[in-house]
Design a binder for this molecule. Structure first.
Ligand code: IMP
Length: 200
């Protein structure tokens, strides 16, 4: 994992690293489920959609995709009290289900989701997360597949946002100055998008 110094955000995981690791995860998942009856991937909106799009194209299996959206009750972020904002359209009963997460932080969201989906009687239930920030875990959760373990730093890009921004950055950046970003959410725009601008 590289960290190129760059203020107020620095590159943590490059596009090449993401591509390589996701390909490996896809191959591992395909091998594990090859004798099954197809796989239902459950993506968590919105952050996991970018990872899911690359992962499921790397997984040579019959894959059906569905989405859920979950939110913490406002002001209660770390209580573990979450609610389903959008539920699945697919029936999970008797099926091999793989939850696709962008990042597991405290583990509260995933813990809730695993309990909720287990109660619906899947044949199997596993999780793949692109990023694991284990240092901040409040509740232990099972992670059968994990892309990268990251240090205790806020990250954006490749689906991960700050106030809805920066999901479309193709690589993952560590935010080095979170208080400045809180004051000025557009702060990273020149450094993250400027380099791709032809106008200079
Ligand atoms: P947890 O319930 O604390 O594990 O939080 C998981 C969710 O919080 C993730 O699915 C993300 O949506 C969000 N999240 C946690 N850390 C970050 C981050 O560093 N950047 C962007 N979103 C994050």
């Amino acid at each position: 994992m590289t960290a190129t110094p760059r203020e107020p955000a620095s590159l943590l995981i490059s596009g090449e690293q993401l591509k390589g690791r996701i390909k490996e995860l896809g191959a591992e998942i395909a091998a594990d489920y090859e004798d099954g009856d197809g796989l239902l991937m459950v993506g968590l909106l919105k952050g996991s959609t970018y990872f899911l799009a690359d992962l499921f194209r790397s997984t040579e299996l019959d894959v059906v995709v569905d989405f859920m959206a979950i939110s913490s009750y406002s002001g209660d972020e770390h209580s573990g009290v979450v609610r389903i904002v959008k539920d699945l359209e697919e029936d999970v009963s008797g099926r091999d289900v793989l939850i696709v997460e962008d990042i597991v932080d405290t583990g509260l969201t995933l813990n809730y989701l695993r309990r909720n989906l287990s109660a619906r009687g899947p044949r199997s239930l596993k999780t793949v997360t692109l990023l694991d920030r284990a240092a901040r875990r409040i509740i232990p959760v099972e992670l059968e597949y994990s892309g990268f373990e990251i240090p205790d730093v806020f990250v954006i890009g490749y689906g991960l946002d700050f106030q809805g921004l920066y999901r479309n950055v193709g690589e993952i950046f560590a935010v080095r100055d979170l208080p400045r970003l809180v004051n000025d959410p557009g702060l990273l725009r020149p450094s993250l998008f400027g380099k791709r601008s032809r106008r200079g």
